[in-house]
Design a protein around this ligand. Structure first.
Ligand code: CP
Ligand code: NVA
Length: 299
């Protein structure tokens, strides 16, 4: 089994992973050691920078008793143009699973087609499923459940947004997006999600009575050249105190990080009492352990 996008999972899979992650987190906090992946090695192939994804996967494997091998395109033959399908066949002869972070989603799909071991998407231009699993876990911890909640997505219809859209379609909660014209999420992803997802236009429409306010950077990795254009296009698509007041009093503010303060989110909101961003980042570790246990553990 591979985890390339949220729609590779069914509702029962997501519920099971989150329940397991909460359990694993509780045991870790009580200092209970647990090493089910003692003989396993995870390969990490990164063609874009990372702090959270790399460190949380490396720590997760170490804490589960396994080990990791980190490969960046800059210092491997990938950077010199070795085909992804060759890399997949070679790497999967050494390791028990692979996390890949890259640009085109089709690169991860191609890797998975040629890999004999499970492949986990650590972010592509189209999807970021590990992030959204951690986000949903955070919602469950903060709100008790995702059932009946309204989630607002304000800003770019990017990879994280696409994974949230798929999650809303699978789990059935309400998701309202406010994206500037020309920066909407993928049409087929939106279509696939069905009635629980709505593409609004205004920030007010999305934020009104929301239980969760969510945003991400205006220019993702690989879009640095569009930065000036995007700064203009996204003006107003910001989570700030005024937008927070439109949401429910106990609304949770989320951001996958890294954040650009005073662009997509203001400093007072990200540092304020509604912010769940640090818990959200920590939960990457716990939920990815549940994923690793499932994909790399004894069957
Ligand atoms: N949120 C996230 O994936 O962060 P990194 O880019 O630091 O891995
Ligand atoms: N949308 C952002 C997420 C970073 C974790 C990017 O792709 O750069």
């Amino acid at each position: 089994m591979h985890l390339l996008k949220m729609s590779d999972l069914k509702k029962a899979d997501i519920d099971g992973l989150i329940e397991r992650a909460v359990y694993i987190k509780g045991r870790l906090k009580r200092g209970i050691l647990y090493s089910p992946l003692k003989t396993r090695t995870l390969g990490l192939i990164f063609e874009k920078p990372s702090t959270r994804t790399r460190v949380s996967f490396e720590c997760a494997m170490m804490q589960l008793g396994g080990s990791t091998v980190f490969v960046s395109s800059a210092d491997s033959q990938l950077g010199r143009g070795e085909p992804i399908k060759d890399t997949a066949r070679v790497m999967s002869g050494y390791v028990d699973g692979v996390v890949i972070r890259t640009f085109g989603h089709e690169r991860v799909e191609e890797f998975a087609r040629y890999s004999s071991v499970p492949v986990i998407n650590g972010l592509t231009d189209l999807h970021h499923p590990c992030q959204v699993l951690a986000d949903i876990m955070t919602v469950v911890e903060r709100k008790g459940s995702y059932g009946g909640i309204k989630v607002a997505w304000i800003g770019d219809g990017n990879n994280v947004a696409n994974s949230w859209i798929e999650a809303a379609g699978i789990l059935g909660f309400e998701l309202v997006l406010a994206c500037p014209v020309g920066y909407e999420p993928q049409k087929d992803v939106l279509r696939g999600a069905g009635k629980s997802v709505k593409l609004g236009r205004t920030v007010e429409e999305a934020a009104k009575d929301a239980d969760v306010l969510n945003t991400d950077v205006w220019a993702s990795m690989g879009q640095e050249g569009e930065r000036e254009k995007r700064l203009k296009a996204f003006r107003g698509y910001q989570i700030n105190a005024k937008v927070l007041r439109l949401a429910k009093k106990d609304a949770v503010v989320m951001h996958c990080l890294p954040a650009h303060r005073d662009e997509e989110i203001t400093d007072d909101v990200i540092e304020g009492p509604n912010s769940a961003v640090w818990q959200e980042a920590e939960n990457r570790l716990h939920v990815q352990k549940a994923v690793l246990e499932r994909l790399l553990g004894d069957k």
